[in-house]
Ligand binder design. Structure first.
Ligand code: WT7
Length: 663
């Protein structure tokens, strides 16, 4: 594989946006907030690591843990060791026992305007029956079950059914391609798949089953597949060998109950594949006790969610945000979580506000990419609806500049509602940086201080803390309960990817490197600047440029490709692809189309570049490395960085001209 260590691309760079003036949460919010004692930050430092017992205390344990944190084998930390619990019974059974059977657990809003409410009792029945069905298909404890479903109730039901029988789930985002599904199933050696016939996209029936079929064809292992009939008559399908209909199974196992398997705190709860520095997705492993404790604790203290709330995280469960903040966190607290299948602009651009209004949503959590779209559409859409039920707003996934932040507060939050800008990652499991809304001032454009107990350090190349205001690498100098435990592909890769760069194993000093750069101000507030690795964040979704480049170079006629992100406060991040063709191949519209189709079929439509620029050559160093850093400057219309190391400096000018011509 190509060596991508180009020193010029990995240096933290400054972003021009500054943070806006601090703002206070209104007294009406503070009065009712769950966490209001400002000494919580000091208390966590003083009592560390026992402070995290406050999080563990939100759960029901079958056997109490003996040790809060075991760090002998760092960076392979173990939390709440000796403890036993079941995640599904924490999210369901204990609420039934507490007399909350009829309380709404899930309010589903389907793409065609369908609405369904699952009470905790309804959820318990569905999860029990499906858990029994999975067992019936042969699923045993620790078998990985892959779930490839859109945002329908069967998705959280399948996850919780897996958790109930101690089978780790691997949810693959429904919009990913057959190829991406196969890669993930193969990597996890998964022999069970839960999918559906199809789903609606803007009213049209879209075939999901054919993607699942194609994935299965390319796998060596036998796969038992459960198919949810989402489309009924709109997409009739026939079941083949080793395929079962979800509803038939539910009928066959109707009324069955399954004793929740008591899992060790450190037993796997799930694996979630995400993009890394190579083209191979990383299988991030989360375990049961620490993950669930951290998810529940942050849902309560950061998102201020209370059991009586109707809470809505408008993310997709196919990514970590949905795991922690649609499913596990809110259900562990016994609240009502909204599950939304559609897009924000179908049937109209007020769809989300209509749902907030109708369900009297208390807390709403979304991504900056959505907020930027709302801004473009205009204020008339939120204005059409009564949004006064909203008590707190949240954002996650990418940096949010002061302008979108202020717009969100003004037009969705009526100028009053506090906002939490939460920084975290698939690997951190749950939020690790955010203001605590009942305590801290908010600064538009800065995520906030680290949460209590979290030790963020922004450091230079040598691991020394940088001065306030200076860009540096975002690291975490202490473990936390929700942290990933390893990668499914092996401990060694985990250690290398996250712990090698800044740790000093000789001194037994372990520093987690997030892959992000950031700046921290005098008050310890963090502004995240971006990634330093080959990962780009488009619309809050994490993609690997290496993987996209691979998909492009697989297209006939393409010689080389470099993909970079272009970010701006109002547009977010777009992908730009720079492509050179093989000798004798004329670049043009046909090739551009073939490239876009290639990316769609290899990864999925979310990875399609918004611009494809053809160039006779890519800029390279004398040792032959592509200088992506310069292409980033071109994509951003910025002044070019140092070109002295280039073998072919003239090509950068040519690329700039080509881009302008193609506009
Ligand atoms: C990357 C993690 C966190 C769940 C969704 C994405 C970026 C995340 C913020 C934020 C600036 C953010 C980082 C991070 N990111 N939250 N509040 N401000 N950047 O999870 O797919 O693992 O991506 O998203 O670059 O490393 P993910």
């Amino acid at each position: 594989m190509e060596d991508r260590t180009d020193p010029r691309r990995s240096r933290p760079r400054s972003r021009s946006t500054t943070t806006g003036p601090p703002q206070r949460p209104p007294p009406s919010f503070v009065e009712q907030a769950t966490v209001t004692d400002p000494t919580i930050h000091d208390a966590f430092d003083d009592e560390w690591p026992e402070c995290w017992e406050r999080a563990a205390g939100l759960l029901e344990w079958d056997d109490p843990y003996e040790t809060v944190l075991e760090d002998e084998d760092a960076p392979f930390y173990r939390w709440f060791t000796g403890g036993r619990l079941n995640a599904a019974s924490n999210c369901i059974d204990r609420h039934l026992e507490a007399g909350r059977k009829t309380h709404a657990a899930i309010r589903w809003e389907g793409k065609r305007g369908e609405r369904e409410t699952y009470t905790y009792q309804d959820l318990a029945i569905a999860v029990d029956e499906f858990a029994a069905a999975l067992r019936g298909l042969g699923v045993e404890e620790d078998d990985v079950v892959t779930i490839y479903l859109p945002m329908i109730p069967e998705l959280p039901i399948a996850m919780l059914a897996c958790a109930r029988i101690g089978a780790p789930h691997s949810v693959v985002f429904a919009g990913l391609s057959a190829n991406a599904l196969a890669t993930r199933m193969d990597a996890a050696d998964s022999e069970y798949l839960v999918t559906c016939d199809g789903y609606y996209r803007r009213g049209d029936a879209f075939n999901q089953k054919s993607k699942a079929d194609n994935a299965r064809l390319s796998l060596d292992q036998e796969v038992s597949t459960v198919v949810v009939d989402r489309l009924g008559e709109d997409l009739p399908h026939v079941l083949g060998d080793s395929e079962w209909d979800y509803h038939d199974l539910r009928t066959r196992y109707a009324g069955e109950s399954v004793e929740p398997v008591s899992r060790d705190a450190e037993d796997d709860l799930f694996v979630m594949y995400t993009s890394g520095t190579t083209g191979e997705p990383k299988g991030v492993v989360h375990t049961t006790g620490g993950y669930l404790a951290h998810a529940a604790w942050t849902t309560r203290s950061v998102l201020d969610v209370k059991p009586e709330d109707t809470y809505w995280c408008a993310a997709d469960i196919g990514w970590i945000t949905g795991h922690s903040y649609i499913v596990y966190g809110p259900l562990a607290l016994g609240t009502t979580t909204v599950l939304y299948e559609g897009t924000p602009d179908y049937p109209d651009r007020d769809r989300l506000w209509e749902i907030v209004d109708r369900n009297a949503v208390d807390v709403f959590y979304t991504a900056p990419t959505a907020i930027r779209a709302f801004m473009k559409w205009g204020t008339e859409y939120p204005e059409r609806h009564d949004l006064s039920s909203l008590r707190l707003l949240g954002t996650v996934g990418e940096p949010i500049g002061p302008r979108p932040w202020n717009w969100y507060r003004e037009h969705v939050g009526d100028g009053e509602t506090p906002i939490v800008d939460t920084w975290w990652q698939t690997e951190t499991g749950s939020v690790v940086v955010s203001t605590l809304p009942g305590i801290d001032e908010m600064k538009p454009g800065a995520a906030g201080p680290p949460l209590p107990g979290i030790d963020v350090r922004v450091v230079d190349e040598d691991g020394e803390s940088v001065d306030p205001g200076e860009p540096g690498y975002l690291t975490l100098a202490r473990p936390w309960p929700g942290m990933a435990r390893t990668l499914y592909d092996g401990d060694e890769r985990y250690r290398e990817e996250y712990w090698e760069r800044f740790s000093d194993p000789e001194a037994d000093e372990w520093i987690y490197f997030s892959g992000d750069t950031a700046r921290v101000d005098e008050d310890g507030y963090l502004t995240v600047l971006g990634r330093v690795d080959d990962v780009v964040n488009v619309a809050g979704r994490r993609l690997s440029t290496v993987e996209i480049e691979g998909a492009i170079t697989d297209v006939d006629g393409v010689a080389e490709a470099a993909v970079v992100g272009r970010s701006s406060e109002l547009e977010g991040t777009e992908l730009h692809a720079y492509v050179s063709t093989e000798g004798g191949v004329e670049p043009g519209e046909d090739l551009r189309r073939a490239i876009l189709a290639g990316v769609t079929s290899t990864i999925g439509p979310i990875a399609r570049p918004s611009e494809v620029v053809f160039t006779p050559e890519l800029p390279k160093t004398r040792s032959g490395k592509i200088m992506r850093r310069l292409l980033e400057d071109v994509a951003r219309d910025e002044e070019l960085g140092d070109t002295s190391a280039l073998r072919n400096p003239e090509v950068v000018g040519e690329i700039q001209t080509e881009r302008q011509n193609s506009d």
